[in-house]
Structure formats: structure tokens, C-alpha cells
Design a protein. Structure first.
Lengths: 300, 278, 337
């Protein structure tokens, strides 16, 4: 029996080490490949706004900005919707419905990101240009976020496409976690005279806090790292703008656009430095989330 | 009075949940519907058995890409599922220290890595030394993408199991490893399977990492040390081509891809049995 | 379930049977449809399979340098000294033309544009279609007053490389402000992903102008402009005009050439070659012979299908020069035959 436990534990530790090792290995590879670019541009890389392959001058700021904006939009849109879906499926819908609909939603995770991109380009983009854009401008046009001519591609489009892409991730994991809350906990709530919503809020959501957090983080992760779909709808204009209708770039869209044609060593190095910056941003965003938010919700 | 307010809140919030569901569902079904409508017109049995034909030559199919996607997915799963589950097990059953915290944190970081970078990483690590693109490198790249999702789902599902279940098992004298294998993991089964299905769906839809590892192949191929075809790269090449019949085939391929995931989903749920809790 | 898995594993491991010869190539996206056709036909007569993947010219160069493929393909020529440094030979396979496409209501094929006007449009200096610089060239056309939206590529590409070399040649201002390359710091415009992305924007947005490989313009039924050439004539980006440009442009041995703004009354000014890259020192005699027979077949039999698909075959003298270059291939130090 001791041996069984030993072996099992070693396997478990080993698996964890593989994940840790992979991340460390990826980081090292990113760092090493970025060195020429870091040497040449230094800290200015992060604040420069020009991407000029001919003159070999590279600056990352518009890409960093675009990544943060689109991911934020996608999380703001998809998180409430995903939790709503998960609550609906786990608490409000009849069992048969739940199974079928859960299936279908998980299925959407399989749609190649290219298809999302094409949907964004051919379906969503005219909609933003002709309907949604003007509508938003009528109501909220005084805000700088909604000014400028909506060509249909840009931060808003990318944010919406990303949000749809991550809904299956967040909602599926949340749904599973909600369903795992034991029935008797809910019944205790009802016995105390709680309304259905109060049971959902206090019992189900209350017990599933860390699961919801994990789901949100996985979704955010997916949004930060998505390349193909984003590049088709972000407009690819190396610029920073507060307007959501404006075209822009993200770190991943720049990498995927330029990497395959990149022949110059410095350019590849600059592109990988972009990836390194994404890594560092992710590290801090998720570190912050884990350290402050998670602790808070688990201690409440 | 207080009760009335609570009741109203109740109805409003439930209404919001249902509305959220419908909003989400509309978008999701919209996209699925698009794929379905655009692809169904061009589905025929030839797609499964024939090889791709160049423009100007009619018909043709992508049976090799379908096979390739299967092989890559199986490869990735063989590597990714056990490691992912065991990592999830580690952080819940064995970890209370630094390694567990770092594993959890780095798993989240890994999940956000642009898949193209993972592809490049494996390119440097495996493709260049092997001096060839290969199905093996593609499978490995995909398994890395699978790992965080499976590990996280496993972790969260196991967390939801009441401590009492384990303690009952220990009380009966069952050793820890047996408890985990026979009781904990199966109890978390539905969640773990969901995690696995999500990650399989995810990797079946990935293009970028394959471009640097398994490349693609226009011919039937199953050897692990040669480039292998895949539906996603095919869709990528065809959808961005100037030829209408290629673009139509791209939609058909996308539909087939989703269909395959559907079937795998069904099989997985039948196999693990439906967990009836209500 | 476990048994099925084991069976699959065994199947995978056991299938190491000797298969027919397979050549792997990767790179340029522009010639991909033509290569697909050529290699399909080639397999029929030779039994040799050629697996070509359009991962991009830069990637193609990277891969042939890394030795992971048997040949690379690039829309941008690699300079002679780089070829030497990596021990590669570079030969053109086929050529093409870049059409200037647009979406102007009421205006069909044949809008006349001079080289300077094109440069000024892409520099953002000409902002509306009814600008006198454009209307003066087209007195018989009714051009509406709408804004010009420039569409260019968001991804790096050989098409961009050729087009920006053209712009740099005809406009000193362009050369100074932007320059030439597979990917440049565009002054204006929205970026479409790939030739298809550009075609999509042109089709869907009114007032756009963009540059596309001829194949894509034709397949998408997009109207293209007549461009004024060096001799002063307005010509279409059509096969005879591109062939004229190629005939009139001297080619050197290392093939580092951009046949832009060629002399000759019929020459189309924005033309370009696409190239194959092969290792000089071959490690496998069978594969080397296969490569040589592939190139020979392309030059001998490939012209007709090229034209069918709107690509432009190489002039005979270019083919001869290329075949000479091919003789530099060697296996273990000895030339191959």
C-alpha cells in the first residue's frame, strides 16, 4: 500500500512539474529570442508607437493597448452572460434541455477560430457599420468611446468576437461547478424560506466562488492569447485610439500577421519580444487576480 | 413587505439570467447556424474519401485532413489527458505548499499563451532537431494547449467533492491512491469529462500551432514523423483562396469538424454514464 | 475503450512501410493554387508526390534554411549574397502581375491611373475619387465624389514587397517616407488579411482602392485599372502585357530582380516573379533527382495550366538561365544527372 501511494504521488508531482517546467521553458525561449530586440530598443520598446519593418524601428504600445482593451471588453460582455447561461442551465432548466443545450454550447468551442473571424468580418462588421454604430452614437455619442466613424472593424468588433469565443469556456466550467453543489445545501436554503434567487446567490454561487473565478480566468486567458479571429476583425491599423469604433492592433494580431513573412532577425526578435510582453502582462494580471481577488472571495 | 421585495428581486434576477442565457444563445446559435447553412450544401460522401484537388479539377475531398485531425487529437489526448488530470489531482490532494500554488498559477498563465507561440516553441524544440515537420510535434503542441483546461477543470471538480466522501473511504482502510483513483476522480467525473471535451474541442479548432509543427499534407498520411493533414489548416488555406469551390469546401470542412466534436461528446457522455443528481 | 486505443497505437507504430517518394515544400502563398495544380499533374506522370504548403514566403525561406523541407518558395527574391550564405540556389518558377482594384459606383474596368497618381493615393495625398488628378486622366468617365479608402495588406507578403518596390521607384516621396518591403509602415488605409482579406474589403466597402494579384482580381470579378507604363501607354494587367514586361527586363544570374516599370509599349509596370529555393548540397540522391525532374517538367509542360489560372509563364531565356543554375546542385560534391 505504501508503494502504491508513493508511485501515485510521484506521478502527480511529476505532472505538476511538467506544467511548471513548460511555462519556465516557454519563458526562457521567449527571453532568449527577444534579446537582440531588447538590446536595441531597451525600455523604449514599450512606449514607442511606430512599427516600421523597413526602417527596423519597432514599438509595442499600440499592440499592448489593443490587447488590453479587447480582452477587457470581451470579459465585460461574456462574463455576466456566461454566468447567466450557467445558472440557467444548472438551476432553471429542465434536465433534458440542459443536456442538449450544454452539448451545443460545448460544441461551439470546436468552431475553428477562423470561422469566428469570418463571422465577425462578414456578418458583424456591416452590422456595426450600419446599425449598432450609429445607434450607440445617438445615445452615447458624447462619450469619447463612441466617437469617430464606425467602419465596422476595430476594438468593438474584436471584443465582441472574443466574448462569443470565450462564452463556452466560462459557462461550461461554471455550469459544472454549480451542478456540483450538493442538492441538500439548496434544500436547506429553501427550508429557511429563501427565494429561488436567494438560494442561487447564496448557496450555489456562494459555494462555487473559486470555480467561477477559475472559469473567468480561463476565459480571460483564451481572450488574451487568441490570434486568428482577432486579426481578421481588428482592422490592423497600428494606432492607439480611445474610440471603440477605431481600428487597432493587438499583440497576437501583429505576431500572426508578421511572423510568417519575417525574414530579418531583428524583426523576429521584436515580434517575440511582443510575446514576452504579453507573457509579463498576463503574469501580473493573473497574479493580481489570484492574490487579491481570489483570497478575498474565498475568505468572505 | 420585506417578502414582497425579495420576491420581486427574485423575479427580476431570474429574468435577467434567462435574458443573459438568450443573448448568449442567440450569438452562439447564430454562428453555428451560419456554419451549418453554409456547409451543408457542399457535404457529400466524397469529402471523406478523396484527396484535395487543385483548382480547375472538379470535386475532390479532404479525407486525409479528417484522418489527420483524428490522429493529432488522439496523440494530443494520450499525452495531455493523464498529465492534466494528475496535475489537477496534485494541487487538490497533495498540495498545500509552494509547488501547488505555483502550479495553479502557472496553469492559468499557460492557458493564455498564444497558441502560435506554443507552436513556435515546439518547432524549435522538436521540428528543427528532427529536420522535418511531423505529426508527433503537432500532437505535442496540441497537448500543451489541452493541459491547462483539463488541469483546471479537474482541480475545480475535485474541490467540489465533500471531504466526507474521502474520509469515509479512508475510514474503510482504502489507501490514498486508491481513494483518488476509484472514488474521487469518478465523483468528479462529469466535470473532468467536460474539461476534456472542452479541450478536445479547442484543439480540434486550432490552426496556428499546427502551421509550425505538423504543417499539413495533401496526401494520405499517418506516419508520426511526416507532415500530416488537418482540417483547420485546410480550412485556413481554402477559406482565404480565390476559388469559390475551395471556399465552399472550407465551410463543409468546418461543419464536419463541429460534427466530429459532437459525436465525440456523445460518446464521452455515454461512456461515463450520465450523472443524475436531481 | 482501452483496447481500441492500443490498437490505434499499434497501427500508428507499425505503419513504417516504405512509401512512394514524397517531396515537401513550403512558402509563398501567391503561387499556391498553381503549384497545387502543377504538382497534381506531375504526380500523375511521375508518381512523385509533392506536398506544398503556403505558409508564407518568410517561413518558406526559414524552413529551407533550417533544412526541414526539400524546397522553399518565396514571392520576394532573396539577395544573391544571402543565397550564397545559406548555400541555396534561387530560380523563378512563374510570374504574375499586381492589379490595382477598386470599388467606385458607376465605374467599371479600365480606370486610367498614372504611376504618380497611384503613389499619391497611397500616400494619402489624393483623398477623393473626383480629384482633378484622376478625372483629367479619365475625361470620358463619370466619377462620383466619394472618399478614397485605401486598402492594403495587414500581413507581410511578397505582393506588398513588389508593390512597394514599384511605389519607391516611381515616387521619391514614397521611397523616403515609407520604403519597400514585405511589410511596411503604411501611412494610411485599412489592412486586409491576405489577398482574400483585401478582396473582401474592396467588395464590401464603397470607394476603396487596393492592390491584388491578378488571379484574385479575376476570380473575384473586381474591376482593375489601366496603369500608365514607362513608355507612356495605359495598359491592363493582363497576361500579354505582363509577358511583355518580363521580356523587356534584364535578368541577372542570381535572379534578384523586380521586373517593375519595364520598358516597352505594352509592358505592365507592376509585375513580379515568384521563386523556388533549393539547397545546393543535396543529402539524398533520389530526392535531388526528383527535384530536378520537377523543375524541368514545370518549365516544359507547365505553361498552359499557368495561363489557365492567370499566372504568367517565364520567358524562354529566363528558363534557360534557371536550368543553368540548376546544374549547381550536387550530391556529395558531384554534380547530379
Amino acid at each position: 500500500m505504501r508503494i502504491g501511494d508513493r508511485i501515485f504521488k510521484i506521478l502527480a508531482v511529476f505532472s505538476s512539474l511538467i506544467i511548471v517546467g513548460l511555462v519556465i521553458g516557454l519563458f526562457i525561449e521567449l527571453l532568449v529570442t527577444s534579446i537582440p530586440s531588447i538590446k536595441k530598443f531597451g525600455i523604449k520598446f514599450i512606449i514607442d508607437t511606430v512599427w516600421d519593418p523597413v526602417a527596423e524601428k519597432f514599438g509595442a504600445l499600440p499592440a499592448i493597448y489593443g490587447t488590453l482593451v479587447t480582452s477587457l471588453i470581451s470579459l465585460l460582455i461574456s462574463f455576466p452572460i456566461s454566468i447567466g447561461i450557467a445558472i440557467f442551465l444548472s438551476e432553471l432548466s429542465p434536465p433534458f434541455f440542459r443536456r442538449t443545450l450544454s452539448f451545443i454550447i460545448e460544441l461551439l468551442g470546436a468552431v475553428p477560430s477562423l470561422i469566428y473571424g469570418m463571422w465577425g468580418l462578414f456578418t458583424l462588421s456591416p452590422l456595426i457599420q450600419l446599425k449598432v454604430g450609429p445607434f450607440l452614437q445617438n445615445i452615447l455619442g458624447f462619450l469619447p468611446f463612441f466617437q469617430g466613424y464606425p467602419t465596422g472593424v476595430g476594438y468593438l468588433n474584436a471584443g465582441v468576437v472574443l466574448s462569443i469565443m470565450i462564452i463556452p469556456t466560462i459557462s461550461s466550467l461554471s455550469r459544472e461547478v454549480f451542478m456540483a453543489v450538493p442538492m441538500d445545501q439548496r434544500e436547506a436554503g429553501y427550508a429557511l424560506g429563501m427565494t429561488k434567487w436567494e438560494v442561487i446567490r447564496k448557496v450555489v454561487l456562494g459555494n462555487a466562488k473559486s470555480g467561477i473565478f477559475a472559469a473567468g480566468i480561463l476565459g480571460l486567458g483564451r481572450a488574451l492569447g487568441e490570434a486568428v479571429a482577432v486579426t481578421m476583425v481588428i482592422g490592423n491599423f497600428y494606432n492607439i485610439s480611445v474610440s471603440l469604433f477605431s481600428p487597432g492592433v493587438t499583440i497576437t494580431s501583429v505576431i500572426i500577421n508578421e511572423f510568417v513573412e519575417a525574414v530579418g532577425g531583428l524583426k523576429i526578435s521584436a515580434l517575440i519580444e511582443l510575446a514576452l510582453i504579453l507573457f509579463i502582462i498576463t503574469f501580473f494580471v493573473m497574479g493580481f487576480a489570484r492574490y487579491y481577488i481570489l483570497r478575498r472571495i474565498e475568505n468572505k | 413587505m420585506n417578502y414582497r421585495r425579495r420576491k420581486t428581486t427574485n423575479y427580476i434576477m431570474l429574468g435577467i439570467c434567462i435574458a443573459a442565457f438568450f443573448i448568449g444563445a442567440i450569438f452562439l446559435f447564430w454562428i453555428l447556424g451560419d456554419v451549418f447553412l453554409k456547409g451543408i450544401k457542399y457535404i457529400n460522401w466524397k469529402l471523406f474519401v478523396e484527396l484535395p484537388k487543385p483548382p480547375g479539377i472538379p470535386e475532390g475531398g479532404f479525407g486525409n485532413a479528417i484522418l489527420g485531425t483524428f490522429i493529432l487529437t488522439i496523440l494530443a489526448s494520450i499525452i495531455g489527458i493523464p498529465i492534466g488530470i494528475m496535475a489537477g489531482v496534485y494541487v487538490t490532494e497533495y498540495g498545500s505548499g509552494k509547488l501547488a500554488w505555483w502550479t495553479k498559477f502557472l496553469t492559468e498563465i499557460l492557458s493564455s499563451f498564444p497558441t502560435i507561440i506554443i507552436g513556435i516553441f515546439i518547432y524549435i524544440l522538436i521540428v528543427v532537431p528532427m529536420k522535418t515537420f511531423s505529426a508527433l510535434s503537432g500532437g505535442i503542441a496540441l497537448s500543451i494547449i489541452m493541459l491547462p483546461v483539463i488541469a483546471k477543470s479537474t482541480e475545480e471538480s475535485i474541490k467540489m467533492i465533500p471531504v466526507s466522501v474521502r474520509e469515509a473511504s479512508y475510514a474503510l482502510g482504502v489507501p490514498k491512491w486508491r481513494t483518488i483513483l476509484r472514488i474521487v476522480i469518478p465523483s468528479a467525473g462529469s466535470g473532468i469529462v467536460t474539461g476534456i471535451m472542452m479541450s478536445i474541442a479547442r484543439i480540434m479548432g486550432e490552426t496556428a500551432p499546427l502551421l509550425f509543427t505538423s504543417l499539413n499534407n495533401n496526401y494520405w498520411s499517418y506516419k508520426l514523423n511526416e507532415p500530416i493533414g488537418s482540417l483547420t489548416v485546410l480550412i485556413f488555406n481554402y477559406a482565404t483562396s480565390p476559388y469559390e469551390d475551395w471556399r465552399n469546401m472550407a465551410w463543409a470542412a468546418a461543419l464536419i469538424l463541429v460534427f466530429i466534436v459532437l459525436i465525440l461528446n456523445i460518446i464521452a457522455h455515454i461512456y461515463t454514464g450520465k450523472r443524475e443528481k436531481r | 475503450m482501452k483496447r481500441i486505443l492500443i490498437l490505434v497505437l499499434i497501427l500508428l507504430l507499425v505503419t513504417n512501410v516504405k512509401a512512394a517518394m514524397l517531396l515537401n515544400g513550403a512558402g509563398a502563398t501567391f503561387p499556391y493554387p498553381l503549384y497545387a495544380r502543377w504538382f497534381y499533374d506531375f504526380e500523375k506522370i511521375s508518381g512523385i508526390k509533392v506536398n506544398y504548403q503556403p505558409i508564407g514566403s518568410g517561413a518558406g525561406i526559414q524552413q529551407i534554411q533550417a533544412g526541414t523541407v526539400d524546397f522553399g518558395a518565396s514571392d520576394s527574391p532573396l539577395p544573391g549574397k544571402d543565397q550564397q550564405a545559406s548555400n541555396l540556389i534561387m530560380i523563378p518558377s512563374v510570374a504574375g502581375g499586381i492589379a490595382i482594384v477598386y470599388n467606385i459606383p458607376g465605374v467599371g474596368k479600365g480606370l486610367k491611373l498614372s504611376r504618380e497618381v497611384i503613389a499619391d493615393i497611397f500616400l494619402g495625398k489624393i483623398k477623393t475619387w473626383d480629384d482633378p488628378k484622376i478625372t483629367s486622366l479619365n475625361p470620358n468617365m463619370k466619377i462620383p465624389k466619394i472618399n478614397i479608402t485605401v486598402v492594403r495588406r495587414s500581413d507581410g507578403s511578397g505582393t506588398t514587397d513588389i508593390f512597394t518596390h514599384f511605389l519607391s521607384l516611381v515616387s521619391p516621396e514614397w521611397k523616403e517616407k515609407v520604403g519597400a518591403g514585405t511589410s511596411v509602415n503604411w501611412i494610411t488605409g485599412i489592412g486586409g488579411r491576405g489577398n482574400m482579406g483585401v478582396a473582401g474589403y474592396i467588395k464590401n466597402i464603397v470607394g476603396t482602392i487596393g492592390y491584388l494579384e491578378l488571379t484574385y482580381a479575376v476570380q473575384n470579378n473586381l474591376p482593375y485599372a489601366m496603369v500608365k507604363n514607362k513608355a507612356g501607354n495605359f495598359v491592363y494587367p493582363e497576361i500579354p502585357n505582363i509577358e511583355a514586361a518580363l521580356e523587356n527586363f534584364p535578368v541577372q544570374k542570381d535572379f534578384y530582380v523586380y521586373p517593375i516599370d519595364a520598358k516597352g509599349k505594352d509592358s505592365y509596370p507592376i509585375s513580379g516573379y515568384t521563386f523556388l529555393l533549393i539547397r545546393k548540397n543535396q543529402g539524398n540522391l533520389e530526392k535531388a533527382k526528383a527535384l530536378i525532374s520537377l523543375v524541368n517538367w514545370i518549365y516544359k509542360e507547365g505553361d498552359k495550366t499557368a495561363k489557365d489560372l492567370y499566372y504568367v509563364p517565364l520567358p524562354q531565356k529566363v528558363k534557360s538561365m534557371a536550368l543553368e543554375r540548376l546544374k549547381e546542385l550536387n550530391y556529395q560534391g558531384k554534380p547530379i544527372h
